[in-house]
Design a protein around this ligand. Structure first.
Ligand code: GLN
Length: 191
C-alpha cells in the first residue's frame, strides 16, 4: 500500500508513526509518503489529514492547487483540523474559509473553548474498543448528514464518524488518535 500523510502543517509525524505501527501489525507491506505536492497524491491508497489549524491548511492547499486532489484518495483519516477541512459546513470559520465537502457534516471550530480547555478522556469506539482520546482545541460535529456512521461519542456528541461514499472511505475524529494509539489507523487500513 502507498500510505500518505499530508505534511504541510500540524501534527503530521505522529500520523506517520501510527501508520507504520498499524501496517506492521496488519502485515501490510507499505510505502510511506510525505504529501506536499500534487505528484505525491498519485497512487495513494490511504491518507491522513492531521490536526493543526484548518484556516492555515486551507490557505496552503489553495496556494499549491491541491484542494481537488483529496476526492481521489480511496481512504482518508481526517483528524481535528483535517476533519474541519473536509466537512460540508463550518460554523465560526474565518472569512473565505470554505470546506471541501467530502463528508456531509457541519462542524463548529474551537467548540470546547480555548487551548487551555483542551482535555483527555476514555471513549468506547464501535468496532475498535476502548481508546484514550486527546482533544486539542477541538471542533464539535453539530450536524450529521445521511449515511454517516457514528463510531464514538463524548457527552452525547459524535466525536468519531465514518462514511463510505462510492469508492472512498472516510474516518474522521474531532480528537487526536495518533497521539495515543494506532487503532484508528489500523481500522482505516483494514476496512
Ligand atoms: N482549532 C483548530 C482549527 O480550527 C483545530 C485544532 C486541532 O486540529 N487540534 O483548525
Amino acid at each position: 500500500m502507498r500510505i500518505g500523510v499530508l505534511f504541510l502543517q500540524g501534527g503530521a509525524i505522529e500520523h506517520e508513526h501510527a501508520f507504520r505501527k498499524a501496517a506492521k501489525k496488519l502485515g501490510i507491506k507499505a510505502e510511506f509518503v510525505r504529501v506536499r505536492k500534487k505528484t505525491d497524491f498519485s497512487g495513494l491508497d490511504a491518507l491522513a489529514i492531521p490536526g493543526g489549524e484548518s484556516t492555515v491548511f486551507q490557505k496552503l492547499l489553495e496556494r499549491k492547487g491541491l484542494l481537488p486532489e483529496f476526492s481521489k484518495v480511496p481512504k482518508i483519516l481526517a483528524t481535528c483540523a483535517g476533519l474541519i477541512l473536509i466537512s460540508s459546513k463550518i460554523e465560526d470559520g474565518i472569512a473565505g474559509q470554505k470546506p471541501l465537502g467530502l463528508i456531509d457534516i457541519a462542524v463548529k471550530r474551537n467548540a470546547y473553548g480555548s487551548q487551555l480547555d483542551s482535555f483527555e478522556c476514555e471513549l468506547e469506539a464501535k468496532g475498535i474498543g476502548a481508546v484514550h482520546a486527546i482533544f486539542i482545541r477541538a471542533p464539535k460535529i453539530t450536524k450529521l448528514g445521511k449515511g454517516m456512521k457514528v463510531i464514538a461519542r463524548h457527552g452525547g456528541d459524535p466525536v468519531a464518524i465514518s462514511k463510505k461514499k462510492g469508492r472512498q472511505l472516510i474516518l474522521g475524529t474531532t480528537f487526536h488518535p495518533e497521539l495515543a494509539t494506532s487503532v484508528f489507523h489500523e481500522w482505516l487500513l483494514s476496512n
